[in-house]
Write a protein that binds this ligand. Structure first.
Ligand code: COA
Length: 417
């Protein structure tokens, strides 16, 4: 039977949620039927059908993401297509349904003026072919609490410990302020926060509801487990920990080190987390995992490259190669809009990007996925060149590109979508 890909209409939301859960080895329950409609934008929600049976799902959330900023200026936050809910039933795998849905979602995003798309991948093998590159990395950290101390005390913060009700009055605005200082951070809308306040048992992983510890310039949220069996370690799992200054973040860590009953602190943190250098024993902090979080797909090269800021002035002639898979609005193979030769003239005060002329030879050739990987500033092109993914055609171009694209602080993404 022939399959079809289209947007859903508002009456099909329930059927879409029912179909969504199957590929993720679960089945929709009451909570899913309550939860998903708050997030879905029917006009950006796609289904693959065979007859009247929903066999594939995907959706886009209209969100924005922080890009690298210039020193002393607020960083730009740009609208992007936040792709989610991607699944195809095992009965209809590998027939090109994801390819068709992806083509439609990316076109739709371009038509809405979104220069980039992003997603969080279930498997790292899926999305490179569509031009998505690994753009932010999360480090999983573990620290023994009872024996860890900061080398030098940091100023005491004026902290409040509370639950969701009280936190809901201040934390969303605080997060929104602080996430603008960190490339890779995706905004959180009311639906996102609504779920955080609800904090359903299914998202707690056997730990407590979230605690919130709040200062005027930062906050930390955590879950914990307190067992009365001394043979079991009590864990405190940090979710968010953000401060307006390094000292505020250190003050929040200092607070966590003083939480009684806890044996082990775990946290998902940016790769440039500075806690190690504050500890009396820097070896006590273990990095137990390094994983991808946000994958970025550049759709409009000039718009994406000029939206972010660069710390140094510099010029680069880039040849961006098409993704292996690009389909037009009708699902037919087509020309990738990112493909081409581009001249980037970058500087701290702004930049321009335009198609290269014949008189401007290519300095660096890279795939669109590699460009997506470096757009947020956290990945280097040199290691990708050593892996054969980037070609340096003019000596020095690689070093110049890494100096231009690199940024501080390192990108980090802590918002699931
Ligand atoms: C991932 C998934 C959506 C792919 O759907 P699909 O309709 O089978 O994909 P397509 O047939 O359109 O495949 C497009 C390409 O991706 C490849 N591909 C698809 N799934 C892949 C996977 N899991 N790993 C590696 N490659 C994959 C296909 O081989 C095909 O390659 P080609 O372009 O070289 O021919 C589907 O396998 C699925 O639902 N998986 C479980 C849920 C999940 O992980 N969803 C993603 C959430 S981020």
């Amino acid at each position: 039977m022939k399959s079809e890909v289209r947007k859903i209409d508002a009456s099909e939301v329930e059927a879409w949620i029912h179909a969504l859960h199957m590929p993720f080895l679960g089945q929709a329950d009451e909570e899913s039927y309550r939860r998903w409609p708050r997030h879905l934008e029917p006009d950006r929600t796609w289904v693959a059908l065979e007859g009247d049976r929903f066999v594939g799902t995907s959706c886009v959330f209209s969100r924005d993401v922080t890009l690298p900023g210039a020193d002393g200026e607020p960083a730009p936050a740009v609208p992007f297509s936040a792709i989610s809910g991607v699944g195809v039933h095992s009965t209809h795998h590998r027939r090109g349904l994801l390819r068709q849905m992806m083509g439609r979602m990316l076109h739709d995003g371009l038509e809405r003026g979104e220069a980039i798309a992003g997603l969080i991948a279930s498997e790292a093998t899926i999305y490179g072919r569509f031009g998505f590159g690994w753009a932010t990395t999360t480090h999983d950290l573990t620290l023994p609490r009872r024996t860890s101390r900061l080398r030098a005390p940091v100023p005491e913060l004026d902290l409040v410990l509370c639950g969701a009700d009280e936190a809901s009055k201040t934390v969303p605005a605080l997060f929104d302020r602080l996430r603008r200082a960190r490339p890779g951070q995706v905004n959180r809308n009311d639906a996102w926060w609504g779920e955080a306040w609800e904090d359903p048992r299914s998202s707690r992983g056997g730990l407590s509801k979230r605690f919130y510890v709040i200062d005027a310039d930062g906050y930390v949220t955590y879950r914990a487990k307190n067992s009365w069996n001394p043979a079991e370690a009590n864990v405190l799992q940090v979710n968010d920990l953000f401060g307006a200054t390094p000292d505020v973040e250190a003050g929040l860590w200092q607070h966590l080190l003083g939480v009684d009953l806890v044996d082990t602190i775990t946290a998902a943190r940016p790769v440039d987390e500075s806690l190690r250098w504050r500890l009396e024993d820097p070896r006590a902090l273990s990095v137990t995992g390094a994983r991808d979080m946000l994958w970025i797909r550049v759709l409009d090269v000039p718009a994406a490259l000029t939206a972010r800021r660069y710390r140094l002035p510099g010029r680069l002639v880039l040849e961006v190669e098409a993704a292996p898979t690009w389909t037009d609005k009708e699902g037919r193979p087509g020309a990738d809009p990112a493909q081409g030769r581009w001249v980037l003239d970058a500087g701290p005060d702004g930049s321009t990007c335009r198609p290269a002329t014949r008189a401007e030879p290519t300095e660096l050739r890279l795939g669109v996925a590699e460009l997506g990987g470096v757009l947020l500033g956290g990945q280097d092109l040199a290691s990708r060149a050593r892996a054969g993914l980037v070609s340096e055609l003019v000596p020095g171009a690689l070093e110049r590109a890494d100096a231009l694209f690199g940024c501080r602080p390192a990108p980090f993404s802590s918002t699931g979508f």
